[in-house]
Design a protein around this ligand. Sequence first.
Ligand code: NI
Length: 136
Amino acid sequence: MNNKLVRFGVSLEGELLRRFDAFIGAEGYDNRSQAIAGLIRKEFVSDSFAHGGPVAGAVTLVYDHHKREVVNKLMDIQHDHGGIIISSQHVHLDHDNCLEIVAVKGPGAKVKALADALKSVKGVKHATLSVTCSGK
Ligand code: NI
């Protein structure tokens, strides 16, 4: 199938549709079609990640750079996962704290392994992994 828009009918219970319309209004979608497409893509990303398929994303870390060895350990881990790291950005949040954003692209399992390795380093205060589609 090509990327032309295709119309199709959807039947929903009235109450479910009322809640959906309230939801898409709160989320800022322009219309139901846009919202449905967004939810479908969200599920596809989740499914791809769960089954080790291709994803892109960002690992966000906050850590105290004074903590012994934390900077070196984070650097070692990133060098060991170089194949899936696209770029990283380091921000000095304040005198003690650094924010690091590591952009990644690759198989979901490898992305998760990198995020898990980074967040478990002693001295990392908080870490998140945000997963999105690889563009396909
Ligand atoms: Ni810093």
